[in-house]
Write a protein that binds this ligand. Sequence first.
Ligand SMILES: [Zn+2]
Ligand SMILES: [Zn+2]
Length: 399
Amino acid sequence: LKSNQIFDIKKIEAVITGLLPELIAFRRELHGEPEIAWEEHKTTSKIENFLKNHGLQRIAFPLKTGLVAEMVRDRNIPYLGLRAEIDALPIPDEKKVDYRSVYPGMCHACGHDIHTTVVCGVAAALQVLDVELPLNLRFLFQPAEEPIPSGAPRMIEKGVLDNLNELWAMHVDPNLPFGTLSLTEGWVNAQSIRLNWEIAGRGGHSAQPELSNNPIPVCARLIQDIQRMVTDFNGIPEDIKILAFTRIFSSDTSYNTIPDNVRMTATLRVNKEELGQQMISRVQQICAENEKKESVKIKFTFIAGAPPVVNDLHLIRRFKSNLQRTLPGHFRVVENIRSRGGDDFGWYMKSVSGVLIRFGIARDKNQPLLHTTRFDVPEEIISKAILFFIIQILNWNDA
Ligand SMILES: [Zn+2]
Ligand SMILES: [Zn+2]
């Protein structure tokens, strides 16, 4: 087969079908022994063994868990990356299936076992097909997608994006019916920013408030000022800016004591990094104003999560046209699916064009959601997703 040939879809499907029993067993092995962020040691060796059994030689271990494998045809042609996250979550698995987690309190509740299996399946199927690829391929098996700080920036530091032209990723989506595929241009995951305040006043007896400086009313004003600023913030109507105050603690537990200080947290979600930065500096101003006006000390800190995931529109359009031409009717394509949740795939998008696409997995209305204890994925998605990626790889062009 040559890269400019019309590929025989039936042949590709037959290869995937041939690999399927092994892929399903592999997925169930990952699912049964889920490992959380930075502890994915067994998972890493399972992936390594799978890839080596399928003839992949070029394997590197840039971090203590996770790995990178390559299929290189010619160093002068473009490199495409496919990224799968490999970590599970520290939540119990309450499913009844026989492949459920054997580790108490750990569960593959975000579908990363499926993503890993799909990327392994793409590599294995391409090895069997033995075609002349239009690209070199780099498979990134990234640890620790879930925590902040997460694995993507560490992988990038180790050079996994070097001379990479594009990077693709998938996520299963239980909010979409099975067979749906989200090919959305522009942002698809928001950035989440954790905000923390500590307001230090002066405590005292609640019978003599004039002798103290109560931080609680200051906290209340701060909440109102910040909420109003975010609501009124000038922006483009399509932009999102979602602020939620989530916790307030006072330093004292007694009902008749004015506390010395109050701590509070919030999350801010935005679809553009600049928007988040602008609002953070407004929050800093508001804190400074209130500090002066109320004679308190306000310590404001924030932790920015992964940047938003922004899909490259040319890649999305190429995906759509390849799909229409080669697999018409195979998926129901939707174009406007965006999540206010984050994905650390956003870190890669700062320096390489890429896409994160979502595969619908809901069989019915009772489909458990991501990060819940009964979450599971219909395994039929494995072959559908592998076929999708192989079609896109074989029909790759840089137009
Ligand atoms: Zn997750
Ligand atoms: Zn996830």
